[in-house]
Write a new protein. Structure first.
Lengths: 133, 87
């Protein structure tokens, strides 16, 4: 375990969260999500025309380790709005459908009540670590 | 964590249901899954008044570091009581 007082990875994650009003930690990137949960979360944000920063956690296992330690949240994706963890795919889906997500993002809630959009390629993600297990 | 839930041994929906109901007072859980990816619908009076994030954390906390490892993915929907289906 690394020393919390000098932990460049955790500091980098914390800075990214502080500096980006909407930031998604995900598997893969928005153009090529590597997991269905990440793909669905990206599709919801994109359907709201919401610009967001995205961090791919796959290249280095320490990213996920430090992110989860910081957020006290075990799964990926994780969406932060204005520095606060809002949730993962399940919570974002519920909030999208109820209009709470649009509200949290400061958007108008006209699209509330819609079912969450399905991403184009859930069935065949370009790089699915899960299916290799 | 109990050695019964060792790494590498597949989890079952029944195991998850039992552990959630044992850990969260008054909880009723309905769990489906294929041994790696699970979906849990959990009702518990303990969720009352808690933000959704905190409700989900209570469920994740039952499994600690097993989530993402032995329990590869765990989707959660929470209800603060059985009669209240939607907030």
């Amino acid at each position: 375990m690394s020393d919390e007082t000098t932990n460049p990875m955790r500091e980098a994650i914390q800075s990214a969260i502080s500096e980006n009003p909407v930031i998604l930690f995900m598997k893969g990137n928005p153009d090529q999500p590597a997991c269905g949960f990440s793909a669905r979360t990206v599709a919801m944000l994109q359907s709201l025309d919401q610009p967001f920063a995205a961090v791919d956690i796959l290249p280095d296992p320490r990213i996920r380790q430090e992110l989860s330690a910081l957020s006290n949240w075990p799964t990926i994706p994780q969406l932060f709005i204005n520095g606060e963890l809002v949730g993962g795919c399940d919570i974002i889906t519920e909030m999208y459908q109820s209009g709470e997500l649009q509200e949290a993002l400061g958007l108008d809630t006209a699209s509330a009540g819609q079912s969450a959009p399905e991403p184009d390629a859930v069935e065949a993600p370009p790089l699915s670590i899960e299916t290799l297990r | 964590m109990s050695p019964r839930y060792a790494r590498g041994v597949s989890a079952t929906p029944e195991e998850l249901k039992t552990r959630i109901e044992a850990a969260i007072p008054g909880a009723t859980a309905s769990v489906t899954g294929d041994g790696h990816h699970f979906n849990a619908v959990v009702s518990a009076p303990a969720f009352q008044g808690l933000p959704r994030l905190a409700q989900h954390r209570l469920v994740y906390d039952v499994f600690g570091s097993e989530v993402g490892d032995r329990i590869h993915a765990l989707s959660i929907q929470t209800r603060s009581s059985e009669t209240e289906n939607r907030r």
